[in-house]
Ligand binder design. Structure first.
Ligand code: FAD
Ligand code: FES
Length: 258
């Protein structure tokens, strides 16, 4: 799959986080999908990096991402300046379902770490359709809480949890999920560290359908290199699935976690 050159129009940095706005040919996407982003960085590092879509403005041919600088590739993306070229392949993978539950029931969005951007995109799409949204965000400390202003703009007040108690509930975000499950949500959507996803899947079992977005180190991002395979249960049998192609969003019931 060919990458498209896009231009950076804005880079809003806050500590290790950078919100990038790219302009170019934009194919309509679903929340939960991602792009492989590669700066104009020559042969090192060799591969693009998978980054979730935070939002898109089709009319302006713009798509937005939030990147945390953790290593070589993400540090280069974090340092981009307006006018720089980014080679972008996407949108890739499956998105979160946008219907299929009782529309009268609220849905819970559970986000942690760099799992927040796709959940903010999902919240924006769901709020357009009038769904009741309970947004729970967890982080180590308050400086790592993300995109609170964007949530506020769309009228979503997030329930917050921090490990050190510097904002919201002191503890892990799944403690908030356990409480909110009492409201009998139509579905739960989660993106974040695997420990959070496993815990969410266990808490939701028998109470609400749960969809989780998995992470993996990715080579190609579109189903060819098989570097991202995970095992799922399908119709009672174990099957291999590519996180980049059949995922990254999976029904938690299909994962060998419960
Ligand atoms: C579908 C998908 C969507 C993602 N969306 C976002 C996003 O919206 N914003 C964002 O900042 N990041 C996102 N990530 C994670 C991002 O792709 C990695 O942080 C990035 O590839 C790291 O590359 P690097 O060159 O900076 O780090 P490297 O030098 O490759 O590695 C640095 C450190 O990060 C770890 N690491 C590398 N890749 C991953 C990974 N995929 N998962 C967990 N640990 C990893 C390595 O083990 C190492 O400790 C996403 C990942 C996937 C699979
Ligand atoms: S990253 Fe290549 S098959 Fe998934």
């Amino acid at each position: 799959m060919a990458s498209k050159p896009m231009h950076l129009v804005q880079n809003a940095r806050r500590g290790p986080y950078a919100t990038l706005t790219l302009r170019g040919e934009v194919i309509p996407s679903h929340p939960g999908q991602f792009y492989m982003l590669r700066g104009d960085w020559g042969l090192s590092p060799l591969l693009g990096r998978p980054i979730s879509i935070l939002g898109e403005e089709a009319a302006r041919s713009e798509v937005r991402f939030l990147v945390k600088a953790v290593g070589e590739g993400s540090r280069i993306l974090h340092a981009l300046e307006p006018g720089d070229v980014v080679h972008a392949t996407g949108p890739l993978g499956s998105g979160f379902p946008l219907s299929g539950w009782d529309p009268q029931s609220p849905v819970i969005l559970l986000a942690g770490g760099v799992g927040v951007p796709p959940m903010v995109y999902l919240a924006s799409r769901l709020s357009e359709s009038g769904a009741g949204i309970i947004f729970c965000q967890g982080a180590r400390t308050k400086e790592d809480l993300l995109l609170l202003d964007e949530l506020e703009e769309m009228g979503v007040t997030p329930h917050l949890a921090t490990d050190d108690g510097s904002a919201g509930h002191k503890g892990v975000v799944t403690e908030l999920l356990a409480r909110e499950l009492e409201y009998q949500p139509g579905a739960v959507f989660a993106c974040g560290p695997e420990a959070m996803l496993r815990s969410a899947a266990r808490l939701c079992k028998g109470k609400a359908p749960c969809y989780v977005s998995l992470e993996a180190a990715m080579g190609c991002g579109y189903g060819v290199c098989l570097s991202c395979v995970t095992q799922v249960t399908k119709e009672g049998r174990t099957a291999n699935q590519r996180i980049c192609k059949e995922g990254p969003v999976f029904d938690a019931e299909a994962l060998p976690w419960l």
